[in-house]
Design a protein around this ligand. Structure first.
Ligand code: PMP
Length: 407
């Protein structure tokens, strides 16, 4: 049974108390971004009002306080993901920047014509386009692992696609469009048997599942702060130290150097080598606070709650005539993508909005997946720790209203 009190949790998120079109807000677009608890916003405010100074620079008290808070956040991320070393935790803008960094600094220098980068059919554009860009620049080929009708990676096809020309496997742990939880631990193991390094897009995994990077043995791992109850504009690239050590910097500037002359620059040690310029200090500290918030509740508890709600929501949505769930994998996170016979996804979303219900409609930055499925768009409800049965009931009532209008 649950050890956390949903009503008390909801109190921590003031936005959940607001009204939209004079109706209580029902927020079910958590895969796009999550809401922020008071603790995180207070932490950012306190930083700006009481501690603000640049990091790693001033030899005065305030700057040392800001630097300690910034670096303490890095330690929190390291512990949260169970990474081996704090040097492996790079602050970036988000998942997108993390993947681009790996594409440009790790993959591109390795690639020549005939080499392959392996992704899956269900990837987000941010785990497709960066690879396409460097494939175009190097003559390498992007290969795509197929999925089955339930929205699961075809494991037999995956096994046959691992080959000596494959230089990197880049896959998502949880699909933002289907909810599928991929068996990444097993897939990493298989890739490693052929010495193929693996990048995991953890954007949709970190809010919902405990991630243990040492057990997973991923070579690179990316996630975004804003999807784990933290601020926007901050995210994490994890990379194994031995790989990061060999990579050239992403950007040049302050903080990433140890010594500069006009003729030559010596780069700073990890992780600073990949953090050029004044970083998002408040964002990093806010992310640390969000991880504290999650830890206080417990990811196992959050997962349990969301799984129970997913089962309930799946039952309820399945009871609606003409509604088809897209993504019926055996292992799923709290994401419900669907289409309705009567109405286009955008119309569904617009009608729900009039009742204060926020869901997403569209391609969810997975246009190749939509093309594979032969649909233009889905409506998507996605869950977070503060969602409850009342939210699902409101969604259901809204969908019945859609059917009434489009009858
Ligand atoms: N990958 C997945 C699976 C995502 O869901 C998202 C965000 N929708 C991203 C990558 C990109 O994250 P961001 O926009 O925060 O960089």
């Amino acid at each position: 049974s649950l050890t956390f009190d949903i009503d008390a949790v909801r109190e921590n998120f003031p936005i959940l108390g607001r009204r939209v079109y004079d109706q209580p807000l029902v927020y079910l677009d958590n895969a796009a971004t999550s809401q922020k608890p008071r603790e995180v916003v207070d932490c950012i405010q306190t930083y700006y009002l009481q501690t603000n100074a640049n990091v790693h620079r001033g030899v005065y008290h305030l700057s040392e306080e800001a630097t300690s808070a910034y670096e303490a956040s890095r330690d929190k991320v390291q512990r949260f993901l169970n990474a081996k070393s704090r040097k492996e935790i790079i602050f970036v803008r988000g998942t997108t920047e993390a993947i681009n960094l790996v594409a440009h600094c790790y993959a591109k220098p390795l690639l020549s014509p005939g080499d392959e980068i392996l992704i899956s059919t269900m990837e987000h554009h941010s785990n497709i386009v960066p690879w396409q860009i460097i494939c175009n620049q190097t003559g390498a080929t992007l290969k795509v692992i197929p999925i089955n009708d339930a929205g699961e990676i075809e494991q037999d096809a995956f096994t046959t696609m691992l080959n000596p020309r494959c230089r990197l496997l880049a896959i998502t742990q949880v699909s933002n469009a289907l909810g599928t939880i991929n068996p990444v631990r097993q897939m990493i193991k298989q890739a490693h048997q052929q010495s193929i390094p693996v990048l995991i897009d953890g954007a949709q995994a970190v809010p919902h599942l405990q991630v243990d990077l040492q057990a997973l043995d991923a070579d690179f791992y990316a996630f975004s702060g804003h999807k784990v109850y933290g601020p926007t504009g901050i995210g994490i690239l994890y990379g194994k130290q031995e790989l990061l050590e060999k990579m050239k910097p992403y950007q040049g500037g302050g903080d990433m150097i140890s010594r500069v002359t006009f003729a030559h620059t010596d780069y700073n040690e990890l992780p600073y080598r990949f953090e050029a310029g004044t970083p998002n200090i408040a964002g990093s500290i806010g992310l640390g606070s969000a991880l504290d918030y999650i830890n206080a509740i417990g990811l196992d508890q959050i997962a349990r709650h969301e799984q129970a709600l997913l089962v309930y929501a799946t039952e309820q949505l399945s009871s609606i005539d003409g509604l088809r769930l897209i993504g019926t994998a055996k292992h799923k996170a709290g994401i419900l993508s669907f289409v309705m016979a009567e109405a286009h996804a955008h119309d569904v979303s617009t009608i729900l909005d009039q009742s204060g219900i926020a869901i997403r409609a569209g391609h969810h930055c997975t246009m190749p997946l939509m093309a594979h499925l032969g649909i233009a768009a889905t409506a998507r409800a996605s869950l977070a720790l503060y969602n409850n049965r009342a939210d699902i009931d409101a969604l259901l009532a809204g969908l019945h209203e859609v059917k009434r209008i489009f009858k």
